[in-house]
Ligand binder design. Structure first.
Ligand code: SAM
Ligand code: SF4
Length: 440
């Protein structure tokens, strides 16, 4: 359906891959009701911010962005501005006090109402849609995908853990999984329409469970990889306490499942891990790493790390550094702790590590990770690796950029190849973040 009276929409998406996938779902819901995407922000009648609340600086970014939109809203009569996603779910109606020009706010379980929200906002209502719907998975909606080579497929939403620092259980609600067969069918469809890579997404992907049959994430990964043998299969994020030997065996056995596991550890100190309520100790984490490396010797392991969590001592910080030295992660996402309202830590623990100390510890973590990554990447020099070409490199149209199965970025001479092709590349150089090479 196309309706020229409806305003065109433009999304700004912040945060994780799940938010990117949600934007694609919202695009489909809007287009099904006749809304059309705008070519750019200037020509849009509705501007939507899909927001992230996981760290304080992510929330600040949304605030700064909204301040800029305030002027645009004043200049352009009838412009509608809405904030969707995790920030409104935890800031709630307070957002209207901080940003009085906002037309509506909507949490992650309410996107089916987005077309109606826009129409009502157009008629002058100011709306807050913040209900949780613990059965909502958006199953059956065909997302308006932004890429043609790689696709995200959310397989579960929400999180039943209660990590002390994390706002996700508040913003995204209880865990629920998409049905087994719809996921497998969607991946098969992507494969048939020429996609070369799929990433199965969930906050805690390995606690996936099909509500009807009880089948778990190893069964899902197995079925998906068999139905789309020409596609690369990735998945994120795995929780250390839920990663099982049966899951790792599936990854080891199936050539099209990438040998890459993102396994956030957060800290190297068992006392801090307990305070974080992560459900495992340092030793147990290292035990999982041993099991994974025994079954998949060439596996890439990446992680998330938080510096300066409540009461963390210098010695406990050094335990994080020593764990990094022991595991030798390929890469890491590294953050310093920021209090999130509504979390267990905000209610029960003192945020007592001074900001300057948090930042200094984070810098040490970053420096160490860069050194380890450089060493890991240099080990690839001289090897031939399979790369999925994704795009032209940023530097030159004579070069392509792609990724290895272990998720290392590779830039190589274009030769006769195009984005979307699998190319065997001999690695000739390495920095701590990129490999360079030539096709063979
Ligand atoms: N579900 C994943 C897991 O269990 O590891 C991660 C989800 S969270 C959106 C992504 C990362 O953000 C976390 O692994 C953690 O390192 C970081 N993070 C979450 N809350 C944080 C906070 N309050 N301060 C700093 N970093 C935080
Ligand atoms: Fe947040 Fe922990 Fe759930 Fe990950 S597992 S989303 S860190 S509560």
């Amino acid at each position: 359906m196309m309706n020229s009276n409806l305003p065109s929409y433009f999304f700004h998406t912040f945060g994780c891959q799940m938010n990117q996938a949600d934007t694609e779902i919202m695009g489909a819901l809007l287009q099904a009701e006749g809304f059309q995407p705008a070519a750019d922000e200037d020509s849009a009648g509705v501007i939507l911010l899909n927001s992230c609340a996981v760290r304080e600086n992510a929330v600040d970014r949304i605030g700064n962005f909204l301040q800029q939109l305030k002027g645009r809203k004043r200049r352009k009569k009838g412009l509608i501005v809405g904030v969707v996603g995790c920030v409104p779910q935890f800031e709630r109606e307070e957002m209207f006090t901080d940003f009085p020009f906002l037309d509506f706010i909507a949490g992650p379980d309410t996107y089916r109402s987005l077309p109606a929200m826009i129409i009502r906002a157009h008629q002058g209502s100011r709306l807050a849609y913040l209900d949780y719907d613990h059965r909502e998975t958006y199953s059956g909606i065909d997302p308006v995908r932004s890429g043609t080579i790689s696709a995200f497929v959310p397989v579960m939403r929400g999180c039943n853990n209660s990590c002390a620092f994390c706002v996700v259980p508040v913003t995204r609600g209880r865990e629920r999984s998409v049905g087994f067969d719809p996921v497998v069918d969607e991946v098969a469809k992507l494969c048939a329409s020429g996609y070369r890579e799929v990433t199965l997404l969930g906050q805690n992907v390995n606690s996936y469970r099909d509500a009807e049959s009880g089948r778990d994430f190893s069964a899902l990964l197995d079925a998906v990889s068999m139905r789309a043998p020409e596609m690369r299969i990735r998945f994120t994020t795995s929780h250390p306490k839920d990663i099982s030997e049966s899951l790792v065996r599936v990854i080891a056995e199936r050539p099209n499942i990438c040998s890459h596991i993102h396994l956030p550890v957060q800290s190297g100190s068992s006392r801090i891990l307990e305070l974080m309520r992560r459900g495992h100790t340092r030793q147990e984490y290292l035990g999982k790493i041993d099991m994974i490396r025994r079954l998949i010797p060439d596996v890439a392991i990446t992680t998330d790390l938080i510096a300066g969590f409540c009461t963390e001592t210098d010695e406990e910080h050094r335990m994080t550094l020593s764990l990094m030295n022991e595991v030798r992660f390929d890469t890491s996402f590294m953050f310093y702790y920021s209090v999130r309202p509504g979390t267990w830590a905000a209610r029960n623990l003192p945020d007592d590590v001074p900001e300057a100390v948090k930042k200094a510890r984070l810098q040490e973590i970053i420096d160490l990770q860069n050194a380890i990554s450089l060493e890991r990447y240099r080990q690839e020099v001289g090897r031939s690796v399979e790369v999925l070409a994704e795009a032209e490199s940023r530097r030159s149209s004579a070069e392509l950029m792609g990724r290895t199965g272990g998720n290392m970025a590779v830039v190589f001479g274009r030769d006769r190849f195009s984005p979307g092709q699998f190319v065997t590349v001999r690695i000739t150089g390495a920095s701590s973040a990129t490999l360079t090479g030539v096709p063979v």
